[in-house]
Design a protein around this ligand. Structure first.
Ligand SMILES: [Zn+2]
Length: 267
């Protein structure tokens, strides 16, 4: 399950705390016209209890920060659910558990990986979405929240239409994903990728990450993607400094998907 960490987490500068603080402060200052901004954190590939998973949830609980947990239904068993849900038991209000595909496998013969891509028929897609939802509802009961994050952040229009038809509140993909979600299906877009970065030059990639973060915050909605299996100690330290800095900014409000839906600001 463990995969390598992004290059930036192998060469973190010693003044990283100041750099994060300044980036967030400057981005918040550009929010002035809008008054306040929202930030959400989405952790993907959840289901298997691990040291890294518990370290992640402990961090969010410590900083009282909401976390959207994107769970792969086929990886979840009753025993695993009993274990992973413990991570949020003291602060259940901070954890929002939703669906991450069905089996997290690629069905495309060419091009980018997709579990719910154009190579699959309407019926296959429908069956897999429902299989995933049934499994999560059976194990999680009322803890399940009907939002769908497609593996690799990609899915076909057929999938989006089916999600709407099946009563999902929203899909969550990366910024500017195509095709656009149909009217009536909110798209919670992530615009900061902390751990699946492909840059090989740590210092350039860190600059790129700060640019990404700064634009995302000043846009009014910052959606941060987390992959705990790829986090080394430096990645955990970075995330902790990031959360510390967010907590200090009163104009940057940490939210759940359900808060965004309630505010009518999803898009
Ligand atoms: Zn995934």
């Amino acid at each position: 399950m463990y995969r390598n960490s992004a290059a930036i987490y192998h060469s973190i500068p010693s003044d990283i705390d100041q750099k994060i603080d300044i980036c967030i402060q400057n981005a918040c200052n550009r929010l002035d016209m809008k008054g306040e901004g929202h930030i959400f954190f989405r952790a993907d590939d959840v289901a298997v209890p691990s040291k890294q998973f518990f370290r992640l949830t402990q961090l969010f609980c410590f900083y009282r920060m909401p976390l959207e947990l994107s769970v792969v239904p086929a990886w979840l068993t009753r025993i695993r659910w009993e274990q992973v849900k413990k991570s949020g038991q003291k602060s259940p209000d901070l954890m929002c558990w939703h669906q991450h595909g069905w089996r997290h496998i690629n069905h495309e013969k060419a091009g980018k990986k997709q579990e719910f891509g154009p190579n699959r028929s309407h019926d296959q897609i429908r069956k897999d979405i429902i299989s995933g939802r049934d499994r999560l509802e059976e194990l999680m009961k009322e803890s399940f929240y009907p939002v769908f994050t497609p593996p690799w952040n990609r899915c076909s229009l057929t999938t989006l239409n089916l999600l709407k038809e099946l009563g999902y509140y929203a899909v969550s993909r990366i910024k500017e994903s195509r095709p656009p979600a149909p009217i009536g299906l909110v798209d919670f877009q992530t615009n900061v990728d902390l751990h699946t970065r492909k840059g090989i030059n740590p210092s350039k990639d860190l600059d790129d990450l700060f640019t990404e973060l700064s634009r995302a915050i000043s846009s009014g909605t910052c959606g941060v993607m987390i992959h705990h299996q790829r986090m080394n100690d430096a990645a955990f330290s970075f995330l902790e400094l990031f959360l510390k800095s967010v907590v200090k900014r009163k104009e940057l409000i940490p939210v759940h998907f359900k808060d965004i839906l309630a505010s009518g600001a999803g898009g």
